[in-house]
Design a protein around this ligand. Sequence first.
Ligand code: HEC
Ligand code: HEC
Ligand code: HEC
Length: 134
Amino acid sequence: MNKIFLLLILCLVSVGESRAASIAAPQDYGKVIIANYSERAGLAPVVFNHWVHRARYTCRLCHVDIGFAMAKGATSITAAANKKGLYCGACHNGKRAYKGKIIFASCSGTTSHKNAACERCHSLKKSSAREREF
Ligand code: HEC
Ligand code: HEC
Ligand code: HEC
């Protein structure tokens, strides 16, 4: 009985350790990979970083007013919705500015316009696509 208990404790401890080891760096805290539709459309999945956004906006703005779910992939973001000014497109519409700088636009809705601008968001495994360093 005692041996089984000890084994259980050891298992729990090693799970805890491997979790800790898998957390890479502060810029990866709150990184969300959104991958419901991208690959089917021939694009890389979207990497959303909380850090770049949290520095500028409150949780409430995105999770209450804009309506992003607090669960990875649960929002069902489409190119058409972004284009209509919902979700990422509420800000990333190529018109809205943050401190005087135009925020780059999101999806065009057709992959025939696929270019480097798309890869700023559709960026999984395309690390060169980013402008901002943590
Ligand atoms: C600029 C918008 C934005 C801001 C600001 C923001 N979030 Fe998020 N958050 C998102 C998006 C987008 C997702 C992914 C939703 C999806 O995939 O459907 C997300 C997902 C999450 C998740 C789920 C993560 C997971 O892996 O399942 C949590 C928890 C969360 N946010 C908490 C917060 C908290 C707490 C704050 C404030 C400190 C915050 N968010 C600020 C946009 C934002
Ligand atoms: C509330 C407004 C807002 C929303 C909503 C929002 N963003 Fe942003 N995002 C910004 C601003 C402002 C910046 C900084 C832009 C700049 O400096 O050019 C930014 C920066 C980024 C960057 C950094 C680009 C780089 O080159 O470093 C990425 C990627 C990004 N957003 C993706 C997303 C995605 C994906 C979503 C939707 C899931 C989203 N954002 C929703 C406002 C927003
Ligand atoms: C500001 C961030 C952002 C940029 C820039 C962006 N997208 Fe998207 N796009 C998203 C998000 C978030 C999703 C949802 C991803 C998923 O669930 O796989 C998405 C999904 C898509 C989809 C699949 C969903 C659907 O409706 O079929 C297509 C196609 C698409 N984007 C096209 C593009 C094209 C083309 C560009 C470049 C002109 C682009 N996107 C640039 C954020 C962005």
